[in-house]
Design a protein around this ligand. Structure first.
Ligand SMILES: Cc1cc2nc3c(=O)[nH]c(=O)nc-3n(C[C@H](O)[C@H](O)[C@H](O)COP(=O)(O)OP(=O)(O)OC[C@H]3O[C@@H](n4cnc5c(N)ncnc54)[C@H](O)[C@@H]3O)c2cc1C
Length: 350
């Protein structure tokens, strides 16, 4: 396995993970080219709830990675022009998912009503995680790529990668309709497209497309101050009023299609929040999350072939900053990151 600092690195995918990688690799002096089949953030990043939520239920094989996720976003905010996370905290109640984080506290009804005054019926108790936040994932992806470009990276949109050039079991470049882009290292950050690309290099990565429902509403500003995650709804609101919600995908029956769910969730929001009568569904869709079969990110060198590194994960918005930081250290500086040990692609080889 080659751990020498490569000069020319091609990143496949311009979602939030590929953008973070491109920025971190370029900031370490690599000559980076990002190659994207569609437009910037045209994959699942474009329809993400984008909650920076580092808490986890039960045993966590990536505790060290998750533990560094918030600090990594805070660092990027100081480095990348235009990148802003809203650190407004999150309230959870009635979800019974047993999530824990070091900074969470149980708060009572009075405090809940202070934090979210529009809640019609604040619960007796809620879990408050003040260190959490959310970002505009599309804007963050643009900001990271602009910062990468300022460091010399090239971004090629509308450029699908159908395959690779390989010599002596070593990847030497990526194929595109405009010709081969030669590379010392290729990074697969292609979301749900990652497994197909890895298969081209002879490695089966069990990364599935896991559906979730993304909903956006027009709403009067000021209804929700942070994130509310309850048995009834998972919502947050941007400064301009746009309210975002995420729901589990149930099935493909008519009543569970995104448009129908948007109406149903709107009724729930109106019931839960004072002043929400005017909210109107604006956009609803199914987003496909890159979900490794064991739920653990896939980050590291692809086995059996030289010159290829994989970065595919959920929750990708939470982890994009820390994954970009650690993966770029491995690729450019040859510094193995112990926090990535549980994530190695080789775990799927029998
Ligand atoms: C409703 C919903 C809510 C979510 N909420 C959260 C949340 O609160 N917090 C969180 O952390 N995560 C959340 N997620 C998940 C998160 O959005 C994803 O984990 C993250 O966006 C994945 O980013 P990515 O860059 O890996 O993938 P993508 O954004 O899909 O980017 C991959 C890119 O690769 C490109 N590509 C694929 N194949 C090729 C190819 N052969 N050639 C060239 N380009 C290619 C695609 O066009 C795409 O643009 C949510 C997802 C959904 C749907």
């Amino acid at each position: 396995m080659n751990h020498e600092a490569p000069k020319r690195i091609v990143v496949i995918g311009a979602g939030i993970v590929g953008a973070s990688l491109a920025y971190h690799l370029a900031s370490k002096g690599a000559k980076v080219t990002v190659v994207e089949a569609g437009g910037i953030a045209s994959g699942v990043t474009g329809t993400s709830f984008a909650w920076i939520n580092a808490s986890c239920a039960g045993m966590d094989p990536i505790a060290a990675l998750r533990g560094g996720a918030i600090a990594a976003w805070r660092r990027l905010e100081t480095q990348v022009p235009g990148l802003a996370v809203r650190w407004h905290g999150a309230l959870s109640y009635g979800t019974q998912d047993g999530r824990v984080s070091p900074s969470c506290t149980v708060i009572d009804r009075i405090r809940i009503a202070q934090l979210e005054p529009q809640l019609r019926q604040p619960p007796e108790q809620a879990l408050h995680e003040p260190e959490q936040g959310a970002l505009d994932a599309v804007a963050a992806t643009h900001a990271l790529l602009a910062a990468a470009r300022a460091l010399g990276a090239t971004i090629r949109m509308q450029t699908p990668v159908p395959g690779f050039t390989v010599q002596d079991a070593r990847v030497t470049g990526v194929e595109t309709a405009a010709g081969v882009i030669e590379a010392d290292m290729v990074v697969l950050a292609a979301g749900t497209g990652t497994a197909k690309l890895a298969a081209q290099l002879g490695v089966d990565l069990p990364i599935h497309a896991s559906p979730a429902i993304f909903l956006r509403y027009q709403a009067p500003p000021g209804l929700v101050r942070g994130i509310i995650s309850s048995h009834a709804m998972e919502v947050r609101q941007d400064e301009d009023g746009a309210m975002l919600a995420a729901e589990d995908y149930l099935d493909d029956t008519l009543e569970n299609q995104p448009a129908a769910m948007a109406q149903r969730v709107a009724s729930v929001i109106r019931n839960e929040l004072e002043g929400a009568d005017a909210i109107a569904p604006e956009f609803a869709c199914i987003g496909l999350r890159p979900m490794p079969v064991d739920g653990v990110p896939v980050i590291g060198y692809l086995p059996q072939v030289e010159g290829a590194y994989v970065c595919a994960m959920h929750p990708g918005v939470l982890l994009a900053a820390i994954a970009g930081q650690l993966a770029s250290g491995e690729i450019v500086d040859g510094e193995p990151a112990p926090a990535l040990e549980a994530c190695r692609p080789a775990r799927f080889l029998a």
